[in-house]
Write a protein that binds this ligand. Structure first.
Ligand SMILES: [Zn+2]
Length: 172
């Protein structure tokens, strides 16, 4: 495959590109998120590696939806991710849920998360986030199902449809 990427470290134009790779998306602030079908770049001169990730609110929103439909209790970092993706500050989130800031802070550190709190946060996310009717319908069905606890690994296959943003380089 023809490749026009220059090495971000040394400027070498002959960077090796691989497609169809899996990438551990730690930039999301979560440790269980993997992007699949990404392009990775390796510079044979200086050894730098990088990956092309589209900088897209669509990607972040899709990840939010994947979290909302994930099995098992939400983790602290997932709750933080959902709140931040709603662009709600911790104080305002606390007010919205009629709890103290300390309580939200405890949840985001993975403590005191119960099933009702988990469901409340998922519901708030769907209510406040810009999700479509079909996602809410999907959530109604999701709510009615009994969920088994399984692997919390979340994978998003790239590219998502309707991309409109230029790729950014994230060096790993
Ligand atoms: Zn290089």
């Amino acid at each position: 495959m023809e490749n026009k990427t220059k090495c971000p470290m040394c400027g070498n134009p002959n960077v090796e590109t691989k497609t169809g790779q899996s990438y551990h998306f730690t930039e999301s602030g979560l440790d269980n998120v993997y992007l699949t079908n990404v392009e990775t770049h390796h510079c044979p001169d200086c050894g730098a590696s990088s990956v092309s990730i589209p900088e897209s609110t669509q990607l972040l929103n899709r990840l939010g939806e994947a979290i909302v439909f994930s099995s098992g209790l939400l983790t602290g970092p997932e709750i933080r991710y959902l709140r931040k993706n709603l662009h709600i500050k911790i104080n305002d989130f606390a007010k919205l849920l009629r709890v103290s800031r300390v309580t939200v802070s405890r949840w985001e550190n993975g403590r005191d998360i119960t099933k009702p709190i988990d469901l409340l946060i998922r519901s708030i996310y769907l209510l406040k986030g810009g999700v479509g009717e079909e996602v809410r319908d999907q959530f109604k069905k999701w709510l009615e199902k009994q969920h088994v606890r399984k692997s919390k690994r979340i994978s998003l296959r790239l590219p998502l449809d309707q991309f409109s943003c230029a790729p950014i380089l994230a060096c790993s």
